[in-house]
Ligand binder design. Sequence first.
Ligand SMILES: [Zn+2]
Length: 334
Amino acid sequence: MGILFITNELCMDHFPGNKHPEQPDRLEAVLAGFENSHIKESVTELVAEPVEENEIFKVHEQRMVHHLKEVHADGGGRVDEDTKMSQGSWLAARLAAGAGLQAIKYLREGDGEAAFCAVRPPGHHATPVQSMGFCLLNNVALAAKHLLSLGEKVLIVDYDAHHGNGTQDVFYSEPNVLFISFHQWPLYPGTGAMGEIGEGEGEGTTLNIPLPAGATGDIYLQAWDEIALPVVERFSPTWVLVSAGFDAHRLDPITDLGLTSGDYNLITSRIIETVPIGHRLVFLEGGYDLKALELSTTAVLHALTGETIFPEPVSNGGPGQETISQIKKSVQEK
Ligand SMILES: [Zn+2]
């Protein structure tokens, strides 16, 4: 059956400025990772289509969307300290959000084992009321909302080096979405402490795993097996969405985690096997080293086809053991 690979070259028309880390050539690097993956014969390539406006309002408030449209009508401009729009940004953002909904449609029709959305701008920092942190619309949250409306129970795993504050905000009191984030701590945006566990009916369906700089693949796998997996098994998801940020790679210029592309293959494999084939969806989030993006994309695409490959050796020996012990202790105390 193979996998779906969804992109659109117009996602490269989002240009936040010359010195900005979130550049169009990031997507070129991801496409190179796809070309190098040698899985092309088992892939259906789809061209992403823009999200409908009524879908956007399921996550974002009207005034935020109107503001983005106003900035767009002005030809672009700043929407947050580090988030800028160019002439092509509004369409790129709607394509990035639309890709996930399109993937769900195809997967539900049985047309793929899994889907990879190679899109930008990224989405996981965008809250219901604010575009921020290089993100305009929250692509993964829009996909999860759609799945919720179809009666699904959705696991979102965010392994971008930064905490997915926007996604956490959207589902903080939602019992049918389990949000798990691995991220460097402390780091932008400053949220994602281990005590943030959801509220009301959603208490216990947010799990934050804040890791120290230098954390390596063995720590991620141990945290997954010993902390996350028992929570996932209790939750019993029907779909998984992965916020695949490749800025936890050791080469990334703006963060300090210790992963390699080989680690991304193993971690992604563990995550997706918690739901049936055909219910697995990966979104590109951050990642600012071009070689790391290329190799990690290849690694994750192979994970989606069920293959273990290591474009680079897996990593181990980094810090994080203490964090794992602390989280396990706090979980046991509840
Ligand atoms: Zn990031």
